[in-house]
Design a protein around this ligand. Structure first.
Ligand code: ADP
Ligand code: TRP
Length: 338
């Protein structure tokens, strides 16, 4: 099983990134051949400062390692180190209907918020599909917000296979019933339901674009301030509290130790505890979950040369995984002889 995912190094990582993505990556490194990358080419759509982009890429790598990624088990690398990616991205783009990209959430949402529609943003799902297909990935762990991109990826992979693999049968994509298998393997999204969308301090989806995040490696006082400012309603202490759309309830559920959760949930539903007390508990749980990774993160960031070495080694391994597929694509489209 080949498992692949990427995170854009476009800001400080937050709780949503950890519980929606990175935690799964760490768990999955024991379940198959895992490739995880820093999507620094995608991040260029939003980070337009070279020094910052470089710094965020290293920080994100350090974050992965601090949070439990083991570079001797999983392949950790930087998207931009895979030189063949540009070629695959282009080839795939020649088959992508404009109408698909026009209805991509990433593009539509950002447009709706008044951001300029550059080609990079528009074509973002194509680069993401190339990221996935170039390694023949089986499983792609992502948050719910990425499902549409995975569906596009499967559609475009099928279009490519139909166009370039004689006898390819979309109903038998892996060639299990005697048909030739596709050059591109169709990936599956791997979604964790229970923490699929974590809410931010204002009650909307936690996202760096909304300025409502709680950072994993942020300043301790800042983290506390943010937790204490989580939006709640005006329920008095003694009454039961609503659970629906409550960021505080969800964050507690996500971060409380299993042994403590039943008591918290019971008091939440019956009343008697105020929001302030729950927030203080959440601060404690944050430290319980992240103090160790925070220490490791600080250590890793002190040795940037070592981080670079890890990423360069990772890229070499990732390129070796991509090589046979890239070669087949080049021959199929006629930019290389066999
Ligand atoms: P952001 O929304 O802050 O820009 P990204 O889009 O870079 O975050 O997301 C990186 C990864 O983290 C993706 O796999 C995404 O699905 C996951 N993720 C981001 N925010 C959340 C959230 N609030 N809840 C669950 N998963 C999230
Ligand atoms: N688009 C993803 C995000 O914003 C990051 C990403 C880029 C990715 N390429 C990928 C995720 C390939 C999974 C597979 O979160």
């Amino acid at each position: 099983m080949r498992i692949l995912s990427g995170v854009q190094p476009s800001g400080q990582l937050h709780l949503g990134n950890y519980f929606g993505a990175i935690r799964q990556f760490v768990e999955l490194q024991n379940k198959g051949e895992a490739l995880y990358f820093l999507a620094n080419l995608h991040a260029l759509n939003s980070v337009r400062d070279g020094q910052l982009a470089y710094q965020l890429t290293l920080e994100t790598a350090a974050a992965f390692l601090a949070l439990g990624l083991d570079a001797s088990k999983a392949i950790l690398f930087r998207q931009s180190d895979i030189l063949e990616l540009g070629e695959v991205y282009w080839v795939l783009g020649t088959l992508v209907p404009m109408s698909n990209l026009e209805r991509a959430h990433s593009y539509k949402d950002k447009r709706a918020r008044g951001l300029s529609a550059d080609l990079g943003l528009f074509a973002y799902p194509v680069l993401m599909a190339a990221d996935i297909l170039i390694y023949g990935s089986d499983w792609v762990p992502v948050g719910k917000d990425q499902i549409q991109h995975l569906e596009f990826c499967r559609d475009w992979a099928t279009k490519f296979n139909v166009a370039y693999v004689p006898g390819y049968e979309p109903a038998d994509p892996n060639g299990e019933n005697g048909n030739p298998p596709g050059i591109f393997k169709l990936p599956e999204a791997f979604i964790r339901e229970e923490t699929s969308v974590l809410l931010g301090i204002d009650g909307q989806k936690m996202s760096k674009s909304y300025g409502n995040t709680i950072e994993l490696f942020g300043d301790e006082r800042e983290v506390k301030k943010k937790i204490m400012s989580i939006k709640t309603d005006s329920s008095p202490i003694e009454t039961p509290k609503p659970t629906e759309n409550s960021a505080l309830f969800e964050l507690l559920k996500t971060m409380a130790p299993q042994s403590e959760w039943p008591e918290i949930e019971a008091s939440w539903r019956t009343g008697g505890v105020g929001y302030g007390s729950y927030k203080k508990k959440l601060v404690d749980y944050f430290h319980l979950c992240f103090d160790e990774p925070r220490k490791r993160f600080a250590q890793l960031m002190r040795d940037k040369a070592e981080l670079e070495r890890i990423l360069v080694r990772g890229a070499e391994k990732a390129r070796a995984c991509a090589a046979p597929i890239v070669q087949k694509i080049r021959v199929a489209v006629g930019i290389s002889r066999c």
